[in-house]
Design a protein around this ligand. Structure first.
Ligand SMILES: *Cc1c(COP(=O)(O)O)cnc(C)c1O
Length: 408
């Protein structure tokens, strides 16, 4: 037959070489596509995009994203997974899929901050209400559930102030009232505890896990991505339809970067954790520090709940993210605390966490919390994300910056 691509321009688009099948290597290949090619019209008409039986369009998945989804299910103990362009997009996707005008969602007072902007800036315009509950008081959560409540956000530990809630009791309360639970599982990362099997006997779990893959699954400080994992096909489909209608998808190279980092996540998580605990204990001894907020420290709010849920991880050492905050004693001014942060050399000023570089952020607690914070000492809050540098170097860095900022 006459070659339909006779010109070089056509031949370079429609080249007929196909490499031998059976290629295997440790890493997942990067399959890039907006267009997916069908063998014939019948296949185009009949192929289903809602499950993973085939490929229809880049937004609906490629071998690379399917493999990442399945590995994230394994990490968190789920059955279905959606990938979104950021952790915040995961939070937004859940809210937009499950809430309609007149509905209400509940958030903990220590919720990831930008969730509040999503609620005030977007959800409110659609007539979706919200209420804020005390993460340390399950009775307060129970009292705030109304017939309009459709979704309860959970965070363990909470953002910035690190309170560890009684997650099991929170989930029991929501289940008894028939309210869907969505856990922001970025801190636990699927390693500190099992979000879909909180008691270890399969009897209790959250409905949805949102995870900022930007943090430990990426592990490099160079990828933005989120996931939404479930164990219920109907709930997954509801989330997936919204995901598709909003046009949410992730880039193949970013998916491959996360796939490359996932095999080391358990080792990295443990290393970040050990280093963070050493520094948190050391900071606790420093006279300028009024309180250290790290769930594995007995003084930290909700420590008992952390111990009960996460204490068995890593052979009984317990699991925690390499993240903690301190309250600098109130006798030091904001300017002195700023000078401390500026004086650090290895710790860099920057948002996010989970990468190899240690980071520091000063927070204005009074502007972030609506509820009284009697469990916190007065003082100025600074959050540390501990990277993979040598702990002694990090400790010396903290010491020199404290000496210069807090003894003058
Ligand atoms: C970082 C973070 C997010 C958002 O992730 P992005 O990818 O930065 O949008 C959500 N929840 C928690 C707890 C986080 O730390």
């Amino acid at each position: 037959m006459h070659d339909p691509a006779s010109d070089i321009a056509s031949r370079l688009v429609h080249h007929d070489y196909i490499p031998p099948a059976g290629f295997q290597a440790p890493q997942t290949p990067v399959y890039k596509a907006s267009t997916v090619i069908f063998p014939n019209v019948a296949a185009m008409r009949s192929r289903e995009w809602k499950d993973k039986s085939g490929y229809t369009y880049g937004l609906h998945g490629t071998p690379t994203t399917f493999i990442l989804e399945e590995r994230l299910c394994a990490l968190e103990g789920g059955l279905q997974c959606l990938l979104v362009p950021s952790g915040l997009a995961a939070i937004a996707n859940v809210a937009l899929a499950l809430l309609k005008p007149g509905d209400e969602l509940l958030i903990p007072d220590n919720v990831y901050g930008p969730s509040k902007d999503l609620i005030h800036g977007e959800l409110r315009r659609f007539g979706i209400g919200h209420a804020v509950y005390d993460p340390l008081d399950p009775a307060d959560l129970a009292a705030r559930i109304t017939p309009a409540t459709r979704l309860v956000w959970l965070e363990a530990a909470g953002s910035v102030t690190m309170e560890f809630p009684d997650l099991c009791e929170q989930v029991r309360i929501c289940r008894a009232r028939g309210v869907t639970t969505a856990l922001d599982n970025t801190w636990g990362a699927g390693l500190a505890f099992a979000p879909f099997d909180l008691l270890g006997d399969g009897s209790l779990g959250v409905d949805i896990c949102a995870h900022a893959l930007t943090k430990y699954p990426s592990g490099g400080g160079d990828v933005l991505m989120g996931s939404i994992v479930t164990r219920d096909e109907a709930l997954h489909m509801k989330l997936k339809l919204t995901h598709m209608r909003l046009g949410l998808g992730v880039g193949a190279n970013d998916a491959e970067a996360v796939l490359r980092s996932l095999p080391s996540i358990a080792l990295r998580y443990r290393a970040h954790d050990e280093a963070a605990r050493r520094l948190a204990l050391w900071l606790q001894q420093q006279p300028a520090i009024a309180q250290v907020l790290h769930p594995a420290l007995p003084e930290s709010p909700g420590h008992g709940h952390w111990k009960a849920l996460c204490g068995a991880a890593y052979g009984g050492a317990g699991g925690a993210a390499g993240l903690f905050s301190v309250l600098v004693d109130a006798r030091y001014s904001q300017a002195q605390v700023d000078a401390f942060c500026d004086g650090l050399r290895l710790f860099k000023l920057g948002y996010s966490w989970g990468g190899p570089m240690s980071l520091v952020v000063p927070y204005d607690l009074a502007r972030m919390r609506g509820r009284p914070t009697a469990h916190l000492q007065p003082g100025t809050l600074v959050r540390f994300s501990i990277g993979l540098e040598a702990v002694d170097d990090l400790q010396r860095d903290l010491q020199q910056a404290m000496e210069r900022a807090f003894t003058a």
